[in-house]
Design a protein around this ligand. Structure first.
Ligand SMILES: [Mn+2]
Length: 453
């Protein structure tokens, strides 16, 4: 958003509202934006608009509502009425006339007009497609049946396939996050704390105008990298360890999601290099396969096979590859999915009910849509060595024929390796990669050499 809170590309939000109206032509559509959220005492968290409301409007302000009347082709924005107390403490907000121009609406009123407008426009309709926030705070007019699930599904279906405007925002988020990853990669060295690297990453995003991150930054050195959503970021970096950074900014609400893992010294150690090369192979071959028609579960299965094979070559796993993948032994080292949809939520819409397909593989997955052009997904295999897993007597007993636990324990020093890029599925061929951060071993070691000169 600009300084005035104006979305960068107001035109495309109107198109999205018209598509939504076309999908739900037989009811009024009511969406409520988020309210500020209390952090403690009288302090609020920085305001984040709800993702659905951002999707249809780009409006970053609290307490707004949108009413869409598909038959009459009418869209009305409702905004909060503020007083001078608000202006003095929090600043001015646009009034109705200004808001119309700023956000591209034909009509705008203060919120107190909503019940009357809703009642007037209810004529001819039986349904009120409303979100949870609206149903909590607004009474449906007589004769209109609230239809929350249908609205949810329509938004999920639409949000899965990104428009060119959305892809350009995701590209912006990915570009800036990529520059921040490069800055962190140049800064890291033994003796610094994880939060100092985090500070460099986040400063770079802010410096380039992206004020918000898509999710809390993970800056995990050594064994901390085996904790998938590590949040402490307060350990000291040691020479000889790897550093995993999973962090990204959002642009007008659209988040990137990027992970890199690199040595805190100049070079990968030999076990670190083996695991890194394996994860990189799984990542690059999975990216290449991310083409329309493929089930997300099949993509995940492919990545698991590559990793199972690689861990077998390293003597960590043994036995039949399918048994290793389907029986759970591989999951001890690769306990998450190959990726997820990316958009206004870092773990974005799964694509709605029609895209929730049966999983033909024997590996569990959460995301199982068939890939379509203009899906934006992450591709992020990882391999981790977690002390709690490798020393658990139950696990050791259950998997003793599949896992050489002594061999695996030699890799505890690796901690974890994850490599994550954001890609746009194309109509044919491999996807377009939005992420531009070095990931080849030679490139990373060259950057580390230069950084430690
Ligand atoms: Mn991710």
């Amino acid at each position: 958003m600009s300084k005035q809170g104006r979305p960068r590309s107001p035109g495309h939000y109107g198109d999205i509202r018209r598509s939504l109206a076309k999908r739900l032509p037989d009811g009024l559509i009511l969406l409520s934006g988020a309210a500020p959220c209390r952090r403690n005492g009288d302090v609020e968290y920085p305001f984040r608009q709800s993702s659905d409301f951002l999707y249809v409007s780009g409006i970053p302000r609290p307490h707004c509502r949108i009413l869409i009347d598909p038959r009459r082709g009418r869209e009305t924005l409702f905004i909060p009425k503020i007083d001078n107390h608000y202006r003095i403490w929090l600043g001015d907000l646009p009034g109705p006339d200004e808001a119309k121009a700023l956000y591209g609406f034909e009509r705008a009123f203060y919120n107190d007009r909503l019940p009357a407008v809703l009642k007037a426009q209810a004529r001819g309709y039986r349904k009120l497609y409303a979100d949870a926030g609206s149903l909590k705070s607004v009474k449906a007019p007589k004769g209109l049946r609230p239809a929350q699930a249908e609205l949810r599904d329509a938004l999920d279906e639409m949000r899965a396939v990104k428009t060119p405007g959305e892809i350009s925002l995701l590209r912006k988020a990915s570009e800036v996050s990529g520059l921040a990853h490069r800055a962190a990669m140049r800064l890291a060295r033994a003796g610094l704390y994880e939060y100092e690297v985090q500070a460099a990453f986040e400063a770079e995003c802010l410096r380039r105008g992206l004020k918000y991150l898509g999710y809390p930054s993970i800056v995990a050195a050594g064994k901390n990298a085996a904790v998938l959503h590590y949040q402490d970021n307060d350990a000291v970096l040691k020479a000889g360890d790897l550093l995993l950074i999973d962090a990204a900014a959002e642009a007008d609400g659209y988040s990137a999601d990027i992970t890199r893992t690199f040595p805190i010294g100049r070079r990968f150690g030999s076990r670190q290099r083996d695991i890194y090369a394996l994860v990189l192979e799984a990542q690059k071959s999975s990216i290449d396969k991310a083409r329309p028609g493929l089930l997300a579960a099949e993509l995940h299965l492919h990545s698991m096979r590559v990793i199972a094979r690689g861990l077998k070559d390293l003597g960590i796993l043994r036995g039949d590859e399918s048994a290793l993948v389907e029986g759970g032994a591989t999951r001890l080292f690769y306990p998450h999915g190959i990726g997820h949809m990316l958009g206004l939520d870092v773990h974005d819409s799964l694509g709605g009910r029609k895209r929730s397909l049966p999983n033909p593989t024997k590996v569990p997955v959460r995301f199982n849509a068939r890939l379509e052009p203009n899906f934006v997904v992450t591709v992020e295999p990882g391999v981790y060595f977690h002390h709690a897993i490798l020393s658990d007597p139950k696990i050791r007993r259950r998997y003793r024929s599949f896992v050489d636990f002594d061999k695996a324990s030699e890799f505890l020093e690796v901690g974890g390796v994850r490599i994550e890029d954001d890609v746009v599925v194309q109509p044919a061929g491999p996807p377009m990669n939005l992420t531009d951060v070095p990931k080849e071993i030679a490139e990373i070691e060259a950057i580390r050499d230069e950084a430690l000169q």
